[in-house]
Design a protein around this ligand. Sequence first.
Ligand code: MCA
Length: 488
Amino acid sequence: MTLPSLFDLSFLGRRDTPALEWDGAVFTFGEIDERAARMANLLTARGLERGDRLCVYLGNCLEYVDLYLAATRLGVIFVPVNVLYRDREIRHILQDAEPKALITTAEQAGFLSGASVAVWLLEELRAEVGAQAATRRVEVTDGDTPAAIVYTSGTTGASKGAVLTHRNFVVNAVNLLTCWQFTAGDRMLLTLPLFHVHGLGNGIHCWLASGCMLRLTERFAHERAAGWMTEFQPTVFFGVPTMYVRMLEWPEETAAAIGKGMRLFVSGSAPLPAQVLEDFRARFGHTILERYGMSETLMNLTNPYVGERRAGSVGLPMPGVSVRNLDPDGNDVADGETGELYLRGPNLFAGYWRREEATAAAHRDGWFRTGDIAVRSADGYYTLQGRRSDLIISGGFNIYPREIEEFLAEQPGVKEVAVAAAADARRGEVPVAYVVAEGKFDAGALERACRAHLASFKIPRAFVAVEALPRTALGKIQKHLLPKWESS
Ligand code: MCA
């Protein structure tokens, strides 16, 4: 099955039903379908063909949905680019994906300095799309067709494009509908960015596959989100732990009232602290359902909808997903023992875009290596215990220290540098840079350089001057021996 055929359950079956609320306006499924048809015709008129890559460097907006649907119908490979990325991060994606065009706003285009790509401004598309016919064209029939390339950083610092097929996304959506008991009667508030698979593959796909009502917002603005929930009365909310931490700041009565109308709160993209789960239950009257996914695999494990949602655990394998917990020699470990998670199933991506070696290195005998360390309980619940790599997750955004280290090492006055995670109550983790300076140490200059060239969530919270980096006899940096930095 392909995404267009899955979505047609709503587009053809529920044409006159209200589907989407955006910026105060409500659209039916029929209207969304027509918008997608016009956008597909515009993209075709602009020369996009099946197999072409299209980079979309936008925050959440109505046209994001139109563009995505149009791409899935045409077989154009959608390449979402984090709207917080800056020049060097974008340049890498453009060089690697070789898109036919990049779509962004006039304002965001200012961050594309030196990028050699056809830039199509959203403002121009908006002006042109109304003149296109609303004739429906669906070119994709094979579930193995790539639907998206999602960039996910590797330990080398340079991000790799995970190729996700229509089949991957369809399987994921159907699993979520089943596991989380979605119905057309649901109301979803979606504040997650659509440039990640959490917002796109879970949020947008569950909406269209179930035919429920969606309210999409530009982002999660914590000072406004309580008002949105009170007004819209969602039954389902997908969030990252940082959002749930923020929601604990809402007045008790507001929290209790929101909880009354809600059916399900889901958390993912970063570990949910057990204390947040407890505090949230006390205020909202709901046990957040934690699940585990990756860009390469979409969703793998979930706590049960009915049954025990165990604090600190990511639950049980989803339908069709096989899980093994292996020791470094590739032997299965016993329940209660620590191993590394390997996965297999129809949810697994088709490989890294044009990187056969990296794809091979990420697999072992056909099983995908997650890099996550886990323990399985005797009753089958998995608990994540850490990662093989030094990945930092801040507010649900992944940060690879190596990328920041490489950038800082290029700056004047930096002899050596290591970037490590520091605990942060709100964001989970934040990056901190430890610098061995050459000459005068200028933390302000380093911060300004990062701010100019890196996404805001990657800017180290602090720049700490150190005499030397702790190393093993073999010269490997021992990050755990760096002085602890506490966020205030
Ligand atoms: C943050 N900012 C944004 C967005 N999020 N700008 C545009 N669109 C966004 N979505 C900017 C803000 O403008 C601000 O910029 C800075 O980031 C910090 O925002 P603030 O609200 O103060 O921070 P916060 O309270 O810590 O909240 C951040 C957040 C955000 C809203 C929770 O981190 C977020 O949306 N996280 C979701 C990430 C996500 O979807 N990950 C899924 C990855 P300035 O500093 O310039 O003012 S997919 C994945 O991991 C796998 C597959 C999985 O399992 O899901």
